[in-house]
Design a protein around this ligand. Structure first.
Ligand SMILES: [Cu+2]
Length: 175
């Protein structure tokens, strides 16, 4: 009996260790300007950044700029309520191909196929969910937002790489 109990306690300890070791993740909904859902993003804290799984539908085919914006507010139809890109420096320099890049919210473009869907996993090494590694936190006081733009980001032009209007937005709630 004592042996069985010890085995049970050991397996409970293993189970709770597994739960504690599971990386924090956050599933958010992306909406278009009409307020309709166009998919989800699942954000997972990784060792050196945030892994984002993005699954969207009903979007115009082609390349679209994608960024983390600084405020968790998608309430305006043009999504300007989400503010500028997540950044840690007072003077922001945009563009993944810009040698002076310092914006933490920059991400690679999203490619939407002819059927209006896109599915991708991507890793940003610039941010964290809650400040890990000293990287800007997406889950800060006012949260942040994942924004999809109408046009591709050329990764160089200031301030948003010519990505144009904001066509979808997902709130990352503040913490
Ligand atoms: Cu943007």
């Amino acid at each position: 009996m004592r042996y069985v109990l010890a085995a049970l306690i050991a397996s409970l300890a293993a189970a709770s260790a597994t739960a504690a070791d599971a990386p924090a993740n956050l599933r958010i909904e992306l909406k278009n300007s009409a307020g309709a859902s166009v998919g989800t993003a699942t954000l997972t804290e990784a060792a050196n950044g945030v892994l984002a799984r993005i699954e969207v539908k009903g979007l115009p085919p082609g390349w679209h700029g994608l960024h983390f914006h600084e405020t968790g507010d998608c309430s305006k139809a043009d999504f300007t309520s989400a503010g500028g890109h997540v950044h840690a420096q007072a003077t922001k320099v945009h563009g993944l191909l810009n040698p002076d890049l310092n914006e933490a919210g920059d991400l690679p473009n999203l490619y939407v196929t002819a059927d209006g869907t896109a599915t991708v996993d991507l890793l940003s090494t610039f941010v964290s969910l809650k400040g890990a590694g000293g990287r800007p936190a997406l889950v800060d006081k006012d949260g942040s937002a994942l924004v999809i733009h109408a046009n591709p980001d050329d990764y160089r032009t200031q301030p948003i790489g010519g990505a144009g209007a904001r066509i979808a937005c997902g709130v990352i709630p503040g913490g």
